[in-house]
Design a protein. Structure first.
Length: 126
Protein backbone atom coordinates (compact mmCIF):
# COMPACT_ATOMS: atom_id res chain seq x y z
CA UNK A 1 0.00 0.00 0.00
CA UNK A 2 2.83 2.41 0.80
CA UNK A 3 4.27 2.47 -2.72
CA UNK A 4 0.81 3.15 -4.22
CA UNK A 5 0.29 6.03 -1.78
CA UNK A 6 3.69 7.44 -2.76
CA UNK A 7 2.71 7.20 -6.45
CA UNK A 8 -0.54 9.10 -5.79
CA UNK A 9 1.40 11.77 -3.88
CA UNK A 10 3.91 12.17 -6.72
CA UNK A 11 1.06 12.38 -9.24
CA UNK A 12 -0.61 15.19 -7.32
CA UNK A 13 2.55 17.25 -6.91
CA UNK A 14 3.30 16.88 -10.64
CA UNK A 15 -0.13 18.12 -11.78
CA UNK A 16 0.03 21.91 -11.92
CA UNK A 17 -3.59 22.21 -13.05
CA UNK A 18 -4.95 20.22 -10.11
CA UNK A 19 -2.65 22.02 -7.66
CA UNK A 20 -3.89 25.40 -8.88
CA UNK A 21 -7.50 24.26 -8.58
CA UNK A 22 -6.99 22.94 -5.04
CA UNK A 23 -5.36 26.19 -3.99
CA UNK A 24 -8.16 28.25 -5.54
CA UNK A 25 -11.04 26.16 -4.17
CA UNK A 26 -9.66 24.93 -0.84
CA UNK A 27 -6.70 27.20 -0.12
CA UNK A 28 -4.33 24.21 0.01
CA UNK A 29 -0.76 25.13 -0.88
CA UNK A 30 1.91 23.00 -2.51
CA UNK A 31 4.10 23.05 0.64
CA UNK A 32 1.19 21.85 2.81
CA UNK A 33 0.25 19.09 0.38
CA UNK A 34 3.89 18.04 0.14
CA UNK A 35 4.37 18.04 3.91
CA UNK A 36 1.26 15.94 4.55
CA UNK A 37 2.09 13.70 1.56
CA UNK A 38 -1.45 14.02 0.20
CA UNK A 39 -2.14 12.32 -3.12
CA UNK A 40 -4.74 12.05 -5.84
CA UNK A 41 -6.58 9.03 -7.20
CA UNK A 42 -8.82 9.95 -10.11
CA UNK A 43 -11.28 12.56 -8.81
CA UNK A 44 -10.50 11.89 -5.14
CA UNK A 45 -7.89 13.35 -2.82
CA UNK A 46 -6.05 10.74 -0.74
CA UNK A 47 -5.14 11.55 2.84
CA UNK A 48 -2.45 9.23 4.25
CA UNK A 49 -2.43 8.52 7.98
CA UNK A 50 1.00 8.01 9.46
CA UNK A 51 2.07 7.20 12.96
CA UNK A 52 4.65 9.18 14.97
CA UNK A 53 7.46 7.31 13.19
CA UNK A 54 6.12 8.19 9.74
CA UNK A 55 4.87 4.69 8.98
CA UNK A 56 1.71 4.52 6.88
CA UNK A 57 -1.19 3.12 8.92
CA UNK A 58 -4.08 3.95 6.62
CA UNK A 59 -5.65 6.16 4.00
CA UNK A 60 -8.93 7.90 3.33
CA UNK A 61 -10.30 9.29 0.11
CA UNK A 62 -11.97 12.68 0.00
CA UNK A 63 -14.45 13.44 -2.76
CA UNK A 64 -15.88 16.90 -2.08
CA UNK A 65 -17.93 17.08 -5.30
CA UNK A 66 -21.18 15.08 -4.93
CA UNK A 67 -21.30 14.61 -8.72
CA UNK A 68 -18.10 12.55 -8.59
CA UNK A 69 -18.87 10.38 -5.54
CA UNK A 70 -20.95 7.67 -7.19
CA UNK A 71 -22.93 7.17 -3.98
CA UNK A 72 -19.86 7.10 -1.71
CA UNK A 73 -19.55 9.37 1.33
CA UNK A 74 -17.49 12.56 1.13
CA UNK A 75 -14.70 10.96 3.20
CA UNK A 76 -14.14 7.22 3.27
CA UNK A 77 -11.34 5.31 4.98
CA UNK A 78 -9.79 2.38 3.17
CA UNK A 79 -10.41 -1.09 4.55
CA UNK A 80 -8.22 -1.89 7.57
CA UNK A 81 -7.11 1.73 7.85
CA UNK A 82 -6.38 3.23 11.21
CA UNK A 83 -7.48 6.86 11.20
CA UNK A 84 -5.06 8.91 13.25
CA UNK A 85 -4.63 12.60 13.90
CA UNK A 86 -3.80 14.20 10.57
CA UNK A 87 -1.04 15.02 10.08
CA UNK A 88 0.79 13.32 12.91
CA UNK A 89 1.57 16.08 15.44
CA UNK A 90 5.18 14.90 15.61
CA UNK A 91 5.67 15.93 11.98
CA UNK A 92 4.71 19.57 12.46
CA UNK A 93 7.39 22.23 12.62
CA UNK A 94 8.45 23.11 16.14
CA UNK A 95 8.59 26.58 17.57
CA UNK A 96 4.94 27.45 17.97
CA UNK A 97 3.29 27.61 21.36
CA UNK A 98 -0.02 26.73 19.74
CA UNK A 99 -1.47 23.66 18.11
CA UNK A 100 -5.01 23.85 16.81
CA UNK A 101 -7.20 20.76 16.71
CA UNK A 102 -9.89 20.83 14.03
CA UNK A 103 -12.55 18.43 12.77
CA UNK A 104 -11.60 17.00 9.42
CA UNK A 105 -8.46 16.56 7.40
CA UNK A 106 -9.36 19.25 4.81
CA UNK A 107 -9.54 21.90 7.53
CA UNK A 108 -6.19 20.91 9.02
CA UNK A 109 -4.62 21.12 5.59
CA UNK A 110 -6.10 24.58 5.05
CA UNK A 111 -4.79 25.87 8.37
CA UNK A 112 -1.34 24.41 7.72
CA UNK A 113 -1.44 26.12 4.30
CA UNK A 114 -1.93 29.42 6.17
CA UNK A 115 1.06 28.72 8.41
CA UNK A 116 -1.02 27.72 11.41
CA UNK A 117 -0.02 24.47 13.13
CA UNK A 118 -3.09 22.23 13.17
CA UNK A 119 -4.06 18.59 13.30
CA UNK A 120 -7.40 17.04 12.47
CA UNK A 121 -9.48 14.67 14.46
CA UNK A 122 -11.01 12.39 11.83
CA UNK A 123 -14.72 12.97 11.18
CA UNK A 124 -16.90 13.15 14.25
CA UNK A 125 -19.55 10.84 12.81
CA UNK A 126 -17.13 7.89 12.63
Amino acid sequence: MSSRVDEMHTALLADAKVLARLEKLRGWTWPALAHARVGIDGESIVFPYRDADGELVGTATYAPDPANRNGRPKMMAAARSRRELFPAPETLPTGSRWLFVVEGEPDALRMFSCGVPAVAVPGVQG
